[in-house]
Write a protein that binds this ligand. Structure first.
Ligand SMILES: [Zn+2]
Length: 474
């Protein structure tokens, strides 16, 4: 699409006030210039990974022809990945809808002394209560860890993970050593629906697919994850001054009631860190988001990121490393303002709504993210000196891992594999090509003709894998 066509397309999109069906379209992207073409095309990017070679755009189905003409190699993804479908059971199929959330959290609080009654801490643009739920067996002075979801109203897969973790903590307290340790030493806060208006707006199923909030004063809402106060509007990469854009950042930092409420909550609770849940793609992001540069705590973000996301196969890094930079993101403010160690998981769902009629993927995602949630809590508590007794470390179910004992490597790779019984262990180059198969534990004499560079050692067994990167330097 040339520049004129791109502008015309944007105008068309602006004029199209009538909602119609939405579709996700997957465009192969092999080079940075391929990516730039998509980024400049005027289409809204839904997800993607330069390293994995694709970008998904989301468009109304009346523009499918334009998109396919522009990107003939593109593939249209299944309809239900892009929007709630009429006829799905309950509110959003197997995802919990807004009313189902309200019922779930109220019942959880009623069923357990560990769980506080949902407490309103802010009011949405349309006047709905935004609430948090605290689960703890520690006092009010115990460290706080915060899990939140649905700052984007069309990402129910993140809400499912948060519900699963709350349920797990509550039901396993007293029997699982790690759940017990976490609740005995921390206050776990959940904000299950930040952008509650949009989540309601997406009901009844079969049409709207609202990501932004419901402040339509200038356009069709504000992207609440571009509205935070650190480096707000730094540039127009992944954040837009245009009210019709999917990433419209609003008229100023914290212009919206939902972000104001979250800011005030975090200022009050001072969490050590947490997860801001989004979908989709299977990534774990950490700051900085506004530039592709490391924070002073890069080593922590990187090592915790590998530990948490490696075993479940999620890519991790800064937004600028995986796709593009964004500004006004919650991550940057949480870290810059408070030094809080927040990450953004992008749950590996099928598009935004793809599991609505298939609970098995929701369960898989919940289990994968549950392991990250546990590790995050354990890491954050250890970070402030609260350490678990040995037997609480992984609650009997150790998370599979591969660790390299000395890095960089010159001629001998020493490694440890844990959490598997008899895994396949191999070394890959950065393109994923296997360069050696190793046996069992221990040490590998690196062949003298292997080129210097970055490699990964991985272990795999029954569909579970773990990996670790190392640098070969002679
Ligand atoms: Zn999101």
């Amino acid at each position: 699409m040339n520049r004129c066509a791109a502008i015309c397309f944007t105008l068309l999109a602006l004029l199209a006030s009538e909602a119609s069906a939405w579709r996700l379209v997957r465009i192969p992207v092999l080079t940075d210039s391929d990516f730039a073409l998509v980024a400049q095309s005027g289409f809204e990017i839904a997800s993607g990974h330069r390293g994995q070679g694709f970008v998904d755009i989301i468009i109304q189905d009346r523009y499918l022809d334009i998109a396919l003409e522009r990107f003939p190699e593109a593939k249209v993804l299944p309809e239900e990945w892009a929007q709630p479908m009429p006829g799905s059971r309950n509110e959003f199929g197997y995802y919990y809808g807004p009313n189902e959330n309200n019922a779930f959290w109220a019942e959880l609080a009623e069923s357990s002394d560990l769980v506080d009654t949902p407490t309103t801490f802010g009011t949405s643009y349309q006047g709905r209560d935004i609430y948090h739920v605290r689960i703890t067996n520690a006092g009010d002075d115990a460290p706080v860890i915060l899990f939140n979801a649905l700052i984007h109203g069309r990402e129910p897969g993140g809400n499912s993970v948060v519900i699963d973790f709350a349920q797990w903590l509550t039901s396993e307290y007293g029997s699982d050593t790690m759940a017990t340790f976490i609740l005995d030493n921390a206050q776990i806060y959940f904000v299950p629906m930040i952008n509650i208006d949009a989540y309601y707006y997406n009901l009844p199923s079969g049409g709207p697919n609202q990501r932004k909030n419901m402040n339509f004063t200038l356009g069709n809402g504000i992207d609440l994850n571009r509205n935070w106060g650190y480096m707000w509007g730094y540039d127009d990469q992944g954040s837009s001054p245009n009210p019709s854009s999917g990433t419209y950042r609003g008229t100023g930092p914290f212009s919206e009631p939902e972000t104001q409420a979250m800011r005030d909550l975090i200022n009050e609770l001072l969490p050590l860190g947490g997860f801001n849940y989004h979908t989709y793609g299977g990534y774990l992001l950490y700051p900085w988001a506004y530039v592709n540069q490391p924070t002073p705590d890069q080593a922590i973000f990187q090592s915790w990121g590998s530990q948490m996301a490696g075993p479940i196969g999620y890519s991790r890094g800064r937004p600028g490393e995986l796709l593009y930079t964004t500004n006004g993101d919650a991550l940057d403010w949480e870290y810059a303002e408070h030094g809080a160690l927040f990450f953004t998981p992008e749950v590996d769902d099928n598009g935004f709504w793809g599991s609505q009629n298939d609970s098995s993927l929701i369960v898989t995602n919940n289990l994968a993210c549950r392991s990250m949630n546990k590790l995050l809590c354990m890491n954050l508590l250890a970070y402030v000196g609260v350490t678990a007794p040995q037997n609480a470390a992984l609650g009997g179910a150790s998370v599979p891992s591969v660790t390299v004992s000395r890095n960089p490597v010159s001629s001998l790779l020493s490694y440890t594999v844990t959490g598997f019984s008899s895994p396949e262990v191999f070394v890959m180059d950065i393109t994923g090509r296997i360069v050696a198969r190793l046996s069992g534990q221990g040490a590998w004499v690196v062949p003298a003709d292997l080129a210097c560079g970055v490699y990964r050692i991985a272990a795999r067994e029954n569909g579970v894998s773990a990996e670790s990167a190392f640098t070969l330097l002679r």
